[in-house]
Design a protein around this ligand. Structure first.
Ligand code: SF4
Length: 320
């Protein structure tokens, strides 16, 4: 459903007489695919470029190079007019349900808006469709004529999801969509997303820093570090046999309820800070924090190679 090839996003920072113009390389040569009905989770620390990647896929940001192909349409080659026509196929749910809903609009109007804008329904048919969408996300007719401030965070995210699926998208980009919610509400929203995916076959690009949540919902995982994917593979493989030292360090920070497995962990916890994308290190960008770094790591960028878990990893050192 989604194919991303060689995607890069570079921002120009600084201008004027006294500041040097610099390049911030937020996303670097990313390749990924997501099949219909599949969830690809993109994980990484804050500053790893995952949210920029999400916005670039949505074509909300200018890209520097690469291709984004959705359901056969090359989004990078379309005019603005043509892009507007394929917009219904890709929709986004943002992290903050408080900020993503217009506080001055009734819920009916918020959910109805995309249907009206794209001419999908009006009058009684529109009202019926809005109610159907609200019912799909676990709300009902009592909620139609209320304002966003009258709802809890979880209910607001349900409303945001109802609006996002109104146009029957092929791809839903979920950017930290459950991060602002408590654990119990997170689980309810994750279950709702799974139910909707099973019913409508949407592909999900699920951006998250929370590996516990990712394990619950993802089919495959792509691990990003300083704008690049350093490891990708099936969720069981990534969690049970992570190959990249960065993936292992991220997982080491997630507590395991089983004390035997917790003690058996060999990966050291992640130390230090992610480097600035304004001044990325040469070679493997992780070498300054990697306990397994070799001289070659700071000289040459590792290429992706297949690993036993069925995915690929970009690392000069093979896992023990
Ligand atoms: Fe560590 Fe070298 Fe692998 Fe990078 S390439 S993760 S520095 S071992």
């Amino acid at each position: 459903m989604l194919e991303v090839r060689g995607l890069s996003v570079t921002f120009k920072i600084g201008s004027g007489m006294l500041t040097r113009r610099r390049s911030l390389r937020a996303v670097r040569e990313v390749d990924l695919t997501v099949a219909a009905g599949e969830t690809l989770a993109v994980v990484g620390e804050s500053g790893s470029g995952k949210s920029t990647l999400a916005r670039a896929v949505m074509r909300l940001l200018p890209i520097s190079s690469g291709r984004i192909i959705l359901d056969g349409d090359d989004l990078t080659a379309l005019t603005n007019t043509a892009l507007r026509q394929v917009r219904p196929k890709l929709q986004m749910v943002f992290q903050d349900p408080y900020a993503s809903l217009n506080p001055s609009k009734l819920i009916h109007n918020i959910v109805a808006e995309p249907l009206l804008v794209h001419g999908h329904a009006r009058g009684p048919a529109l009202d019926a469709e809005v109610l159907r969408l609200l019912t799909l996300v676990g709300l009902d007719s009592h909620h139609l004529n209320r304002y966003p401030y009258e709802f809890s965070g979880g209910q607001r995210q349900r409303i945001a999801i109802a609006r996002a699926i109104a146009l029957k998208p092929k791809l839903l980009v979920l950017d930290e969509a459950v991060s602002a919610l408590d654990v119990s509400t997170q689980n309810q929203i994750l279950n709702l997303l799974e139910d909707l995916q099973a019913e409508f076959g949407m592909a999900y690009l699920f951006i998250s820093h929370d590996l516990g949540v990712v394990r619950h919902i993802a089919d495959r995982v792509a691990v990003t570090y300083l704008g690049r994917i350093v490891e990708q593979g099936p969720v069981e493989g990534i969690f049970d046999a992570p190959a990249h030292p960065y993936t292992r360090a991220l997982l080491a920070a997630v507590p395991i309820p089983d004390p035997v497995r917790q003690r058996a962990r060999r990966a050291p916890p992640l130390a230090g800070e992610i480097p600035s994308p304004l001044d990325p290190p040469p070679g493997c960008a992780f070498h300054g924090r990697c306990p397994f770094a070799q001289p070659v790591c700071s000289e040459r960028m590792p290429e992706h190679e297949g690993v036993t878990h069925g995915g690929s990893v970009a690392c000069h050192v093979k896992p023990a």
